[in-house]
Design a protein around this ligand. Structure first.
Ligand code: NOJ
Ligand code: CA
Length: 567
């Protein structure tokens, strides 16, 4: 079998320059008219993904599953759910992505399985104390580990559930149909390594480690981020490094910066980790018109090893989680972003990017440009590139997982099935109706959000400083403006974001770049020096000194004025 990865650049740090696109297979494109997206459909859309400028696709769980948690309840780790296709379809998709230079990240959901997984069915019946029973965490009482919080607060009231077959309680951090695996059992480690082997040997490039802080449990703790969990991750990393070059592990560790950064270890655990605390603060800063929440959390974020990188995101397939903010900030976020209580779920908000931002194109552009310029690798949620809407009246998080809107045709061009057969209805909200918000319409208009996003991605890709550069916050007096620099290999990028609805003036201390002139990256305009130093304007074309127009963003390159190659 030819090496599925042969089309890709041999670079162990590829993920630093990546633009990641998050896609549920079910939601993207339906090739066989059964109303459910599938691998053949996704493969047919790879040219779209490539054209957008994406370099890595992260696909959500596609394994056989009862689908009571959208596939995060796995019934078989080494197969494809027949509704999405089969292993050949998966391989075709993987090869198709690789041929286009796109890497593929899949999910390793090994905190828990479905209660329908053969391991659990076997465990319930196996004798107490046996290796089979001990694949999961059991107790005679639901009082154990009382310090542990409940994550799905709207659905569960305990982390223990009674199993009448085993006649014992089993541990679950999520839904009660998702029993947690027991990492004290070496047979569980072996089983997980075996799953990793199965998919990495097919050629996948990365794995997102779902719910990784909760793997191990210990009396007297909150059962999160335990040293035993880190020990397991180090072993997993060493195992993968030894067998598969250029692969990446992405942790889903929804934790405060210090704890989150621990998932990098000494560069010997995960390569990447989502920056959960930054995400809600981007939205807070925007609404408060104050750079403080962003600057403050970045100041609290430890430096990470050179071979590691944060994954940044604005939205994903879950609710916009507010677990990593204070009670006061959570109240604020609910008040300003989820007035309608129907939009609230667990400790978060089930809305998409555009709907959160009131369909304000300027604000969408501002947050997207921060997503692509702050230190880390951006992860874009499917549909946000066209400003797709959501449906808060669908249960759980299903309202942000509706069919991709390809055109104004039946079912938004997602499927030829009877509209009643779709796995979820398409968006018909008057403001976000698929007849207006779809790929085809936006492809035809170069002023659309889709084209803007393509240009933003292409621009970021011209400067490696965005993916690999150092990060320095500037400290202008005007807190409504967030300004920072990124430097890599002698290339200096200055980013200025006006978080306010109103025009602002700002002075920036650029003494570190003495002798250089800033050149605006998109329009290539050169800025002039004022007696005060450099001051900037987003109100092109007049370049009126010191003005930033509302909700604006600027990327500038600081260049030697005599440099003819100022790209
Ligand atoms: C995190 C996933 O993002 C979420 O969708 C899922 O419900 C939980 N883990 C449980 O697997
Ligand atoms: Ca289908």
């Amino acid at each position: 079998m030819p090496d599925s990865q042969e089309h890709l650049k041999n670079d162990p740090l590829w993920f630093k320059d990546a633009i990641i696109y998050e896609v549920p297979v079910r939601a993207f494109a339906d090739s066989n008219c059964d109303g459910i997206g599938d691998f053949q459909g996704l493969t047919e859309k790879l040219d779209y993904v490539k054209d957008l400028g994406i370099t890595a696709i992260w696909i959500l769980p596609f394994f056989p599953s009862p689908l009571r948690d959208d596939g995060y309840d796995i019934g078989d780790y080494k197969n494809v759910n027949h509704i999405y296709g089969d292993l050949d379809d998966f391989q075709e998709f993987l090869d198709g992505a690789h041929e286009r230079g796109i890497r593929v990240i899949i999910e390793l959901v090994v905190n828990h399985t479905s209660d329908q997984h053969p391991w659990f069915k076997r465990a319930r019946k196996a004798p107490k104390g046996s290796k089979e029973r001990d694949f999961y965490v059991w107790s005679d009482t639901p009082e154990k580990y009382p310090e542990v919080r409940i994550i799905f607060q709207d659905f569960e009231n305990s982390n223990w559930a009674w199993d009448p077959v085993a006649k014992a309680y089993y541990w679950h951090r999520f839904y009660s149909h998702q029993p947690d695996l027991n990492y004290e059992n070496p047979a569980v480690w072996e089983a997980v390594f075996d799953v990793a082997d199965f998919w990495f040997s097919k050629g996948v490039d990365g794995m997102r480690l779902d719910a990784v802080p909760y793997l191990c449990v210990k009396e007297g703790t909150n059962c999160e981020n335990l040293p035993e969990t880190h020990a397991f991750l180090k072993q997993l990393r060493a195992y993968i490094d030894a067998k598969y070059p250029n692969r990446m592990l992405l942790a889903e560790a929804n934790q405060w910066p210090e704890d989150a950064a621990n998932y990098y270890g000494n560069g010997d655990e995960c390569h990447m980790n989502f920056h959960f605390p930054l995400m809600p603060r981007l939205f807070m800063s925007l609404r408060m018109e104050d750079s403080f929440p962003i600057a403050d959390i970045l100041n609290q974020t430890p430096l990470i090893p050179d071979n590691c990188q944060w994954a940044l995101f604005l939205r994903n397939h879950d609710e916009l989680t507010l677990e990593m903010v204070s009670d006061e900030d959570r109240d604020y976020m609910y008040r300003v972003y989820a007035q309608d209580t129907q939009a609230r779920l667990n400790l978060g908000i089930r809305r998409r990017l555009s709907t959160l931002l009131g369909n304000d194109r300027g604000q969408v552009e501002l947050l997207s440009s921060l997503l692509l310029s702050l230190p880390g690798t951006p992860v874009i949620y499917y549909g946000d590139e066209i400003g797709m809407g959501d449906n808060i009246y669908l249960g759980d998080r299903n309202g942000v997982r509706t069919p991709m809107q390809w055109s104004g045709d039946r079912n938004a061009g997602f499927s030829r099935a009877n509209p009643q057969k779709l796995y979820a209805p398409v968006i018909v909200d008057p403001e976000y109706h698929y007849e207006a918000i779809n790929v085809e319409a936006q492809q035809g208009n170069t002023n659309s959000l889709l084209w803007w996003t393509k240009r933003l991605i292409a621009t970021r890709q011209r400067f490696q400083a965005f993916g690999r550069g150092t990060f320095e916050l500037l400290h202008p007096d005007n807190h409504k403006v967030l300004a920072f620099t990124r430097t890599y290999n002698g290339e200096h990028i200055l980013v200025v974001a006006n978080l306010s609805r109103f025009v602002q003036t700002v002075e920036l201390d650029l003494s570190a770049f003495a002798g250089m002139v800033p050149v605006e990256i998109f329009g290539r305009s050169q800025f002039r020096k004022s007696p005060m130093g450099f001051t900037f304007s987003a109100s092109v074309p007049t370049l009126s000194i010191g003005l930033c127009c509302n909700s604006s963003k600027q990327w500038l390159k600081c260049c030697n004025p005599n440099d003819r190659n100022r790209n």
